[in-house]
Design a protein around this ligand. Structure first.
Ligand SMILES: *[C@@H]1O[C@H](CO)[C@@H](O)[C@H](O)[C@H]1NC(C)=O
Ligand SMILES: *[C@@H]1O[C@H](CO)[C@@H](O)[C@H](O)[C@H]1NC(C)=O
Ligand SMILES: *[C@@H]1O[C@H](CO)[C@@H](O)[C@H](O)[C@H]1NC(C)=O
Length: 150
């Protein structure tokens, strides 16, 4: 009885973690003209996110802008042994990632993009740094998360 209830508690806990684990812990790396609320990597049931080669992950970010901006561009890097390596993403134009441009001051936006993990990437741990720049190249957001390519 005690065993089965703790087993089902564990099962519930595990299911709960799977369902709720999508918002990831991130480090802000200098969001100057915006504020990040939530970063989601889907799927990422356990952190640090294990990203499988040949798969593509959804990255959804909720942020608030402190500025008006005509347009917005993303810049994504992997940080490997302290060196920033460009991480190609399919859509660098933020206005095509769920944001209705121009961006308005004080408004909250859901940014959503894809992070494709190419099969030729090496298996390694690294930090992904995702920046979204406004029309003056100021940072609407900058966050980083550790990941592992497997
Ligand atoms: C962003 O997404 C969340 C949850 O998916 C939703 O509740 C919210 O209304 C969305 N906000 C905007 C500005 O679209
Ligand atoms: C994340 O963005 C994708 C679109 O790229 C959307 O289909 C999905 O519902 C979003 N997920 C959440 C949890 O907001
Ligand atoms: C974004 O807007 C700025 C200011 O209006 C402009 O100089 C720049 O060329 C635009 N960039 C893109 C990618 O459209």
């Amino acid at each position: 009885m005690a065993y089965s209830s703790s087993a089902s508690a564990l099962l519930l806990l595990t299911l709960g973690v799977v369902a709720l684990a999508e918002p990831v812990h991130f480090l802000d790396c200098g969001s100057a003209v915006g504020k990040v609320q939530v970063v989601e990597v889907i799927p990422c049931p356990v952190q640090p996110c294990k990203l499988h080669k040949g798969e593509s992950y959804s990255v959804n970010v909720t942020f608030t802008s402190d500025v008006w901006s005509q347009n917005t561009t993303a810049s994504v890097h992997g940080i490997i042994l302290g060196v920033e390596v460009p991480f190609p993403i399919p859509q660098p134009d933020g206005c095509k990632c769920g944001i209705n441009c121009p961006i308005e001051k004080g408004k909250t936006y859901n940014y959503s993009n894809k992070l494709p993990v190419k099969s030729e990437y090496p298996s390694m741990k690294l930090v992904v740094e995702w920046k979204l720049l406004d029309d003056k190249s100021n940072l609407l957001f900058c966050w980083k998360i550790p990941i592992e390519i497997v």
